[in-house]
Structures are given as structure tokens and as C-alpha cells.
Design a protein around this ligand. Structure first.
Ligand SMILES: Cc1cc2nc3c(=O)[nH]c(=O)nc-3n(C[C@H](O)[C@H](O)[C@H](O)COP(=O)(O)OP(=O)(O)OC[C@H]3O[C@@H](n4cnc5c(N)ncnc54)[C@H](O)[C@@H]3O)c2cc1C
Length: 409
């Protein structure tokens, strides 16, 4: 039998594509013994399906891929995602922060609903524990090789995900298929991941959360070994046992590299404002008074005094200018070197993947091989935290399946 479409990978994008397809014969091949394993762990098992808001706001959440993701997101947006899940019996709700979840907060129920929708249609079939080993095109059709079987299809959708959380089936197989078929793969790197810092892990700061921190990112220029400022980010930050994490670090990790320097403002005040306040308060008052006045956390205070060799009882007016400058710098530009990013085992997504310049952004079709489609995270697209990655998986899947159905008419 020649299938209209074979989908490789029954994750978020593969399941959604199969569920949305109306009139074509589909075979869905999944490597693991259950489909949608990564969806099941998403949002801490609660599944942050998408985010509320206008698409203009959405587009900024995909780093440099704004232009590429636009057509698919516009033609199948967050509202359509919610409506579709509700049609499958998954009621959704919006949290205060705009994240959208199923009311049941049960990611397994989301996978079950998609699977049941696929199972009940005669023209769709799913095989689990069936890893695709090879893929090639000959005599006008795709040949899909699994252990002991050769399947044939007019169209193939590669929905194998990225490389993060490899134990869930995502080991980067799609990149090998893409390269074999002539595509370029932008080197995959861990994304939505924390920064490992020996300096921070040696401190007892784990668990401290800061709101709306300003974080200055300086990059090391390979050629002359000098640092240059890349950007200033703002958002919530968390100190952990390994270094730093939290939304601002996770979302910007796509831009970070080993040995980059990050400067954190620990007091939410510019250095000029902090110095002005210091000078206004100075006099016979002890330094500890001022540190309390700016509401510095005790755990920061003890490290600051240790770093500057002070006790806190020094009269502010007696502090030398270099000491005062060092104090203000420590508070407003606390230096953290990126020793490493957490690896693929901890990263929530993969940065990099199949080069989007070789893909039609309206249909997800390969510009190199006719009938070949890439959807979801296997592409060089990664979104911020907040439901943007699942939304991308769903929107790209719909774009591809609609194009394939047109081809098969
Ligand atoms: C811990 C965690 C939490 C997350 N939480 C959220 C969240 O709340 N909201 C959000 O938007 N995003 C979240 N994400 C990201 C999101 O889950 C992914 O971006 C999304 O699942 C990608 O969809 P996909 O279909 O491209 O790949 P996946 O969902 O990863 O599916 C790929 C599938 O392909 C299969 N496969 C791979 N190779 C083969 C092969 N050779 N043959 C057959 N099958 C194969 C895999 O087994 C897998 O089932 C989270 C990710 C992680 C790791």
C-alpha cells in the first residue's frame, strides 16, 4: 500500500497533524512504546498548551525566526488551538500570566484525546515501538525503513522533535534524515536551559528568586579575547544549586555561550541612583544601616561584606571611594560567568535544527525534495517559555497537513 502521508514521530506536532487530517490515508510511526511522551511532561505534567494574546505579541517570542513562523501562526493561532482542543473535549483556561492550560491540568488527557481522535478514524493508523531507521525517495515515492518493514508514501512529514530530553525519544534522528535528503542542519544546542556557574553554586543562594532583574549580557569576541555588550534583558531570575535559571535566563539562553559574562542588578536600582542614595545617607551611619535601607537580602549582605572585607559596622562616611565604587558595582553589576549551559538532558527545547531558509514558511514543505515536510521542533525554531513551543508544533503541523491534503486531492 502507498500511503498519502507517513508521519515520523507521534509527539505534539505529529499527533496534531494526524488528528487534523481529514481525507488522506495516514500512517503515523512512533519510536517509543507510547505517543506524546514529551507532551505528557510539558508544563510540569500540566501542559501549557499555548498563550493568550495577539499574534503580533507571539511573533517576538521566537528569537530571530519571527518572519518564518508568522504565516503558520497567523493561519492557525492560539484561539484556534483552544477551540480545537475544546472540540476534542479538552476544556482550557487562561492563567493570570496568560498561559493556557487544560482545565484538568492533565497533560496525559491531552495526548489521550488526540490519540483517541486518530484511533477512531479508519483512514489513520499509528504504530508504536516502530522507530524509523532510514528514509529515501525513489521512483516518485518515499521509502520508510523500520526494523523488518519497508513502508511507502507519497508524502512524508518529519515530526521527530529536537534533541532535548533524549530519554523521551528525541535523540535528533530527524536531523540525520534531513541531511541525507540534502538539507542543512543548523548545529543543535540546548535551549530554554539554565546557566551553570561555579561562582553561584559555591554561594548559599539557591532558592532566591528576584523579580524583573536587569541582566546585561556581554559576549566574548573570539578573535581578540575582548568582551562586548550584546544586549540588556529584563525578567524574573532564580538562583539555583547549579547557577542561575528562571524565565529571563531560560528565554535568553538561546543567545548565551560558554564564557559569556552576565551582570545582574541585585537591587533594582541603577548604579547612579544607588551611589546618589549612598552619598545622601553617608555620614556616621554604619554601612549595615544603608544595606537595610535598600532592603538587601541577608544572604546577599553576608557575601557582599565578605567580598569587600568589611563588617558592616564601618561608618559610611569613612568608606574610601574605591570601596564605595566596588560596593555599588557588586550590587548593581554582579558578575556571573557562563561556565556552561545545562545540557540536552535538562534543556526544554533545542536551538538549531533544519535550516528554515530551505523550507516554505506557508506549508512547511521542503524546497529541496518534493513531498517532504518538516514540522515542530526539528526545525530551527524555538520559542520562549509560556506555551509558544507547543503552539509552534500545532501551527506548523496544520500548515503542513493542509498543504499535503491539497496535493492529494
Ligand atoms: C520538560 C519539558 C516541559 C515542556 N513544557 C512545555 C510547555 O508547557 N509548553 C510548551 O509550549 N512547550 C513545552 N515544552 C516543549 C514542547 O514539549 C516541545 O517543543 C514539543 O513537544 C515539540 O513537539 P514536536 O512534535 O516537534 O516533538 P516531540 O513532541 O518531542 O515529539 C517527537 C516524537 O518523535 C518521536 N521520534 C523521534 N525519532 C523518531 C524515529 N526515528 N522514528 C519514530 N519516531 C521518532 C519521538 O519519540 C517523539 O515522540 C516542554 C519541553 C520539555 C522537555
Amino acid at each position: 500500500m502507498v500511503y498519502d502521508l507517513i508521519i515520523i514521530g507521534a509527539g505534539a506536532a505529529g499527533l496534531f497533524a494526524a488528528s487534523k487530517a481529514e481525507n488522506i490515508n495516514i500512517l503515523l510511526l512512533e519510536k517509543k512504546d507510547r505517543p506524546g511522551l514529551k507532551v505528557m511532561v510539558s508544563g510540569g505534567g500540566q501542559c501549557n498548551l499555548t498563550h493568550s494574546g495577539y499574534m503580533s505579541h507571539f511573533l517576538a517570542m521566537y528569537g530571530d525566526q519571527k518572519k518564518f513562523v508568522k504565516p503558520a501562526l497567523l493561519s492557525f493561532d492560539n484561539k484556534q488551538t483552544v477551540a480545537y482542543f475544546e472540540s476534542l473535549g479538552i476544556e482550557c483556561f487562561e492563567r493570570e500570566d496568560g498561559k493556557i492550560f487544560p482545565v484538568s491540568l492533565d497533560a496525559k488527557a491531552v495526548v489521550k484525546a488526540l490519540k483517541e481522535d486518530i484511533d477512531c478514524k479508519g483512514h489513520k493508523k499509528m504504530l508504536q515501538k516502530t522507530p524509523v531507521l532510514d528514509l529515501y525517495k525513489s521512483e516518485g515515492t518515499f521509502k520508510i525503513v523500520t526494523e523488518g518493514q519497508l513502508y511507502e508514501a507519497l508524502n512524508v512529514m518529519i515530526a521527530t522533535g529536537g534533541r532535548s530530553y533524549p530519554a523521551l525519544g528525541t535523540e535528533g534522528d530527524g536531523y540525520a534524515f534531513a541531511r541525507k535528503l540534502g538539507h542543512t542542519v543548523v548545529e543543535p544546542r540546548p535551549g530554554l536551559t539554565g546557566v551553570v556557574s561555579g561562582k553561584i553554586s559555591a554561594l548559599e543562594w539557591s532558592g532566591i528568586a528576584l523579580k524583573e532583574v536587569e541582566l546585561v549580557h556581554n559576549m566574548l569576541k573570539a578573535r581578540d579575547g575582548m568582551y562586548t555588550q550584546r544586549a540588556v534583558y529584563k525578567g524574573d531570575l532564580l538562583f539555583t544549586h547549579f547557577g542561575i535559571s528562571g524565565p529571563v535566563v531560560l528565554n535568553k539562553s538561546r543567545y548565551l555561550e560558554k564564557d559569556d559574562l552576565l551582570y545582574l542588578n541585585l537591587i533594582g536600582m541603577s548604579s547612579d541612583a544607588a551611589e546618589k542614595l549612598f552619598l545622601e545617607t553617608a555620614g556616621d551611619r554604619p554601612l549595615a544601616f544603608w544595606l537595610n535601607q535598600i532592603k538587601l537580602l541577608d544572604r546577599f549582605k553576608s557575601e557582599l561584606l565578605k567580598a569587600l572585607g568589611l563588617t558592616g559596622q564601618e561608618k559610611m562616611g569613612t568608606l574610601s571611594k574605591p570601596n564605595r565604587k566596588a560596593l555599588i558595582k557588586w550590587l548593581t553589576q554582579f558578575e556571573v560567568k557562563v561556565d556552561a549551559l545545562q545540557g540536552f538532558k535538562q534543556a526544554m527545547v533545542t536551538v538549531g535544527g533544519v535550516d528554515t531558509t530551505e523550507i516554505d514558511s506557508k506549508t512547511m514543505a521542503s524546497k529541496i525534495v518534493e513531498g517532504l515536510y518538516f514540522v515542530g521542533e526539528v526545525l530551527n525554531v524555538d520559542g520562549d517559555t509560556g506555551g509558544y513551543n507547543l503552539q509552534w508544533a500545532f501551527s506548523s503541523a496544520v500548515a503542513a497537513v493542509q498543504a499535503i491534503e491539497k496535493r492529494c486531492l
